[in-house]
Design a protein around this ligand. Structure first.
Ligand code: HEM
Length: 198
């Protein structure tokens, strides 16, 4: 996560544009999402072992990315950042199932534009989480249904629409947009690495 510095004020210039940052991110990361979806679909979420592997894979990437975002001062860009942090939830779920998070190495501090790209990926992962939760709670293992803080996190809060408003209002230069896309792809790659390691 590295690119030329940009000020938070510039990122937040109030211009809403069609074909904005979310569209660019979605298009640029579509193939990475399809690939990750396939990888993550290979975890058997109805067995404790498979679900624990899924949590370990996710935690390996989530923990260092959230730490890097906090380090980058994401709370100044996104006022509801504290509502979005899921590191504690996933560590607790893993502990409840006898697992331990093994985070990937710390990341470089992202620029504000890079942070938006990384955040897009983390927040997008909640959308798939809804589908995954259904499979976990269908398990006959009651301990699994009790260890779903991560997959349930943020339920009922308008986290995704609020993020989209921020992304679409972001006035990025072409190189900042490239930086956001680069960091988004990097975060997808970290989740893939976490999956392969687990
Ligand atoms: C088996 C695993 C996964 C499934 C089944 C899945 C499924 C989905 C679905 C159905 C959506 C669209 C939801 C909607 O529009 O309401 C979505 C969006 C998204 N997912 Fe996943 N997902 C999975 C894993 C992940 C992971 C691990 C990440 C990131 C680490 C991720 C990142 C995203 C992003 C960024 C979007 C937003 C795309 C957009 O801009 O519309 N997904 N996913």
């Amino acid at each position: 996560m590295h690119a030329p510095a940009a000020s938070t004020e510039a990122i937040l210039a109030p211009s809403v544009r069609s074909g904005g940052l979310r569209d660019r991110l979605r298009t640029a990361t579509a193939a990475a999402h399809t690939s990750l979806d396939t990888t993550f679909s290979s975890f058997d979420l109805q067995t404790r072992r498979g679900y624990r592997r899924f949590l370990k894979a996710s935690a390996a990437a989530l923990l260092p990315v959230e730490a890097a975002l906090a380090d980058a001062g994401i709370a100044a860009i996104l006022s509801d950042w504290r509502q979005r942090v899921r590191s504690g939830a996933i560590v607790a779920d893993l502990a409840a199932l006898g697992g331990v998070a093994r985070p990937l190495p710390p990341l470089r501090r992202p620029t504000p534009a890079g942070a938006l790209g990384a955040l897009y990926v983390l927040e997008g992962s909640r959308l798939g989480a809804r589908h995954l939760l259904k499979r976990v709670v269908a398990s006959t293992d009651p301990a699994m249904a009790a260890a779903t803080c991560y997959l349930r996190h943020g339920t009922g809060l308008p986290l995704w629409p609020r993020l989209l408003a921020v992304l679409d209002a972001a006035a990025l230069t072409p190189s900042e947009t490239d930086n956001a896309i680069g960091d988004a792809l990097h975060v997808f790659a970290l989740f893939a690495e976490g999956a392969h390691r687990s």
